[in-house]
Design a protein around this ligand. Structure first.
Ligand code: ADP
Ligand code: ASP
Ligand code: MG
Length: 452
């Protein structure tokens, strides 16, 4: 049985959903059951919902409501194009009820002038609640026995709103109760990705791009044979196609490589997607919903058999480098503990760390608590920060055994000032930090050298 996750562009309009329907028929024809379908919000909708929340919180209710009106129209038009006549009235009233709720929330926020993370999740979750209902109705109209499942009942998370983590034991129990019986009964369960709820029933979201993660959580929870991520590119590419115009398709990846690439910025996979698949050893495939016949990228536990020196590269922008220098000159025992305790206290993850005798440099992505972090670090160290930095990460299983490859990566970038260089124990990646303005040139140089 297969779990198929469709991203925003793969459900963006009626034609995209028609392609989805044909894609969902294929595993059913082969396996005689399934698939389980997980969908993102229609493309752009999550961004708009977050903009609506921000406008409402800033008391710009008119602007927010104008956006709400346009979103409502877009979803109703999708429903009219895709649902059967018999089901349209019910679907329309569900969509209207969702937008009436959104309107009420916007009006309340405009008065309160404050948006809590919990409320933000209620608003952000509406995109997937709507798209999943529309897709379920479209599948039914196309003759597939689809059944909408409320993902807030199936994915149980902690209460870390806007970046909640699933509680796998509870989630697996919920999936076994809600989704597995539907599959056994020959149905096609359809869930919204990205969303869940706490055990108390408060709506949560898994972080931007989190529908991939939902697809993998569902796959692991129901012991799927494969998790398919349907998107708008042919698979994992050797580099971000928004920076490198003609990257190559990577046909095979190991779980370890995929996890590194996703963590270090390959947007095609949410950073946590691979973990549930690893737990149950379920293959993940990335596929292009516009070219359903393509082979895509297959990700499994096996080391990448393709044998290229590097497998792919990834990049992250908008990083800040924090340099922390011990004021006692020599790096005292316990210094690193104190440094990282500060990042922990402010719940800020660091991506890359390098050290010298007297200083530590780290990169952070999340700037929300940066001022407080600098203040706390300044109590025992000299601190300076530098923004607009970028990370470039080259990944490949062969880096482990062949140190020459890492040396070549650094040599290719030699005319660029590299702020930090790091290779950790897994030695599956080499990561460099540079000024953001140097990133495109650096990526071109590396891509030309290793994939040109
Ligand atoms: P979806 O809405 O289907 O989840 P996303 O926009 O989240 O799609 O992810 C797909 C996008 O990821 C691609 O359109 C591409 O621009 C970007 N991307 C960045 N790095 C890579 C990479 N190495 N391989 C493939 N796509 C990448
Ligand atoms: N709709 C959510 C987002 O845009 C989740 C996703 O598409 O994966 O972040
Ligand atoms: Mg995505």
């Amino acid at each position: 049985m297969v779990v198929q996750k469709f991203g925003g562009t793969s459900v963006a309009d009626p034609d995209a959903v028609r392609r989805l329907i044909e894609i969902a028929r294929a595993p059913r024809a082969r396996d005689g059951r399934g698939p389980v379908v997980v969908v993102s919000a229609l493309s752009g909708v999550t961004d708009t919902l977050l903009a609506i929340a921000a406008e409402a919180g800033a008391a710009r209710a008119d602007q927010a409501l104008a956006h709400v009106g346009r979103l409502r129209e877009r979803h109703l038009a999708m429903a009219r194009a895709l649902a059967g006549d018999g089901a349209l009235a019910a679907l329309t009233s569900q969509i209207d009820a969702q937008f009436d709720e959104l309107t009420a929330v916007v009006c309340a926020l405009a008065v309160l002038r404050e948006v809590s993370l919990r409320t933000l999740d209620v608003i952000a979750a509406m995109g997937e609640l709507l798209s999943s209902r529309i897709v379920a109705a479209a599948l039914v109209h196309a003759g597939l026995p689809a059944e909408w499942v409320d993902a807030r009942r199936a994915i149980v998370t902690n209460d870390d709103h806007t970046r909640a983590a699933p509680l796998m034991r509870e989630t697996t129990a919920a999936l076994r109760a809600l989704v597995v019986p539907l599959v056994a009964d020959g149905r096609v369960p359809v869930l919204g990705g990205f969303i869940g709820a706490t055990a108390e029933g408060h709506t949560t979201t898994l972080g931007r791009g989190g529908s991939d993660y939902s697809g993998a959580i569902v796959g692991a929870g129901i012991d799927a044979g494969e998790i398919q991520i349907w998107t708008d590119v042919d698979g994992m590419l050797t580099a971000d196609p928004r920076i490198i115009p003609q990257p190559r398709l990577v046909p095979r990846l190991s779980f370890a490589e995929a996890a590194e690439l996703a963590y270090f910025g390959a947007k095609v996979l949410h950073p946590s997607t691979i973990h549930p698949a690893v737990e149950r050893n379920i293959p993940v495939r990335i596929l292009n919903s516009r070219k359903p016949g393509g082979a895509g990228t297959l990700i499994t536990a096996e080391p990448n058999p393709d044998g290229h020196e590097l497998t792919a590269m990834a990049a992250k922008r908008d990083l800040t480098v924090v340099d922390i220098t011990s004021s006692r000159m020599l790096m005292a025992y316990g210094f690193l503990r104190r440094v990282f305790e500060v990042f922990e206290r402010f719940r800020t993850a660091v991506d890359v760390v390098t050290t010298s005798e007297v200083s530590v440099s780290v990169t952070v992505d999340d700037r929300r608590h940066l001022d407080s972090i600098v203040e706390a670090l300044s109590e025992f160290a000299e601190v300076s920060i530098e923004g607009e930095m970028a990370l470039l990460c080259a990944v490949g299983d062969r880096l482990r055994a062949e140190p020459e490859i890492a040396a070549r990566v650094v040599r290719v970038l030699e005319e660029m000032p590299l702020r930090m260089i790091s290779q950790a124990a897994s030695r599956r990646n080499i990561t460099v930090i540079m000024r953001q303005t140097d990133l495109p040139h650096a990526m071109h140089r590396l891509h030309e050298e290793f994939f040109g």
